[in-house]
Write a protein that binds this ligand. Sequence first.
Ligand code: MN
Length: 266
Amino acid sequence: MYGAKNLRILVTNDDGIYARGLWTLVAALKEAGQVVVVAPDREQSAVGSSVTLHQPLRAREIDPPVSGVKSYSVEGTPADSVILALKNLVDSEIDLVVSGINEGANLGDDVLISGTVGAALQGYLNSIPSIAVSVGALEDVHFDPAARLAVVLARLVAKGALPKRMLLNVNLPNLPLSQIKGIELTHLGRRSYGDMIQEGHDGKRKYYWIVRGKPEWKPEEGTDIWAVLNDKISITPLHAVATSSRVLSILKELSPTILRELFDRD
Ligand code: MN
C-alpha cells in the first residue's frame, strides 16, 4: 500500500447511488484505500449543502456494482449521506471524503448550489480532507481521467502531504487523458445563468418552473472556468470563510447611520 496507513475513504455523490461516475470513482479508489459508499438513492443535483431536519432518514445497504465495497443508499440529500456515514453508518474513522464524479462542471458560482460540493463540504466541516470531482459534460462523459486524478490526490492524503482541513473543488474538461493539456491551480470564476421562469397549469393549479439559461462565462485567466475552457484540469482549494471584507468596510462606515436610524427613530 501507499503511505503510512490504509486510507479509509468515503465516496458519495449527488447524481444518485447508481450513477456511473460514482462507481468509476469507487473502482479506481479501491487502489488507494478502503472504500465505503454512502450516497443518495436518487439524483439530487443543485440541492447544495441542504440538510434534512424535518423528516426521518432511511438508509439501506445495497449490493454494490463494484465488489467488496460496503454501500448504503440514503433517502436524503448528499450532505445527509455524509453526516449519516460519519456519525452512524461507518464504524471506523474516515480519512478522506470524495464526492463525484459529477456529470457536469461545478465552476465559479455553481459551488454555492452544487450537491457534489455540498457533500464534500460536510467532510470539510468535520475536519476530514474532502474533494469534489466533476467533469464538464452531461453526455458521453470521460470519467477515467477524473478517477485517476482522485487516486493521485488520495495517495497524497495517505502520505500526509495535504492539510487535514482541506476542501478541493476539482473540475476536468470532458476529454480523454491524452488530450488534457495540464493542471491549473485556480480560484473561483464568475458564471451566471440568467434563470428563466416557465409558467404552466397542471389542470388544478398554476405552477412555475425554474429553467436555467445557458451559463454566461466570464473566463478570466487564472479562474476555474478559464482552465476548463482551455482543456485543462482545474483544482480550486475552497474554504468556508465567506466574509466579504469589501462590504464589511462599507457597513463599518454606515454603522453610525444604522445605529441612529434603529435607536433614535420614533
Ligand atoms: Mn450532479
